[in-house]
Unconditional design. Sequence first.
Length: 257
Amino acid sequence: MSITQGFYHASYHPLFCYILCSSLLQSTPRIKAQLQFSAHACYALAISPDSNVCFSCYSDGNIGVWDIRNHKIVRLFEGHGDGASCIDISQDGQRLWTGSLDSTVRCWDLQEGRQVQQVDFSSQIFSLGYCPKGDWLAVGMENSFIEVLHVNKPEKYRLHYHDSCVLSLQFAQSGKWFTTTGKDNHINGLVAPYGTRMFQVHIKHTYFPSGWSRFRMYSSSWRIFEHQKMLFSKSFLSAFSILMVYYRQTYVVGVNS
């Protein structure tokens, strides 16, 4: 099942947790599979470029690797000392990046099945994104800072555009800019990698559920699409759907509950 044919999200039940694989080909989405796991919660998901593997971040710090076709877990990455809160995968499908509440970001080699890099931070990691066109990694933290670092060189940029924790972060497919959302209800568009701000939008009346695990389960999930001169960004903030259009330096934001 390709990304355009289905979607994946994590949920929970008082007795067990599961990942739902749903099809978008029908007029009414239906559940195709439930991938059960033993951890208390799943905080984030990622799909491999070939759409055959699902990576899941658990509250116990482990990273599950699922064969989507057979609905079976094939590997478990262990190393984080606290909940794995965010995840991204390189465009070639060779490297996986995960952030954690243990204030570390780790890189995993998917062919060798092992950790190959670790970066320590001064605050819990809530979000991250790997640039599709270069060796840059952007990290959003609980202390409201964003750090953009080169994964092979000692280059780093420290940004401060939020007044609260940075909950979601995603690069555009061009790799030229990225967006961030925070608990302060701000959406920022930033030039990569230096972090020059292109725009900032304040969203009013958004609702954030109490509790980290609940928020991560239902909160922001950025998808950025580019078509000629128009850039579309869509984010789901709890029960609100936010559509932002950037076109020739004009910004339009619509919020629908």
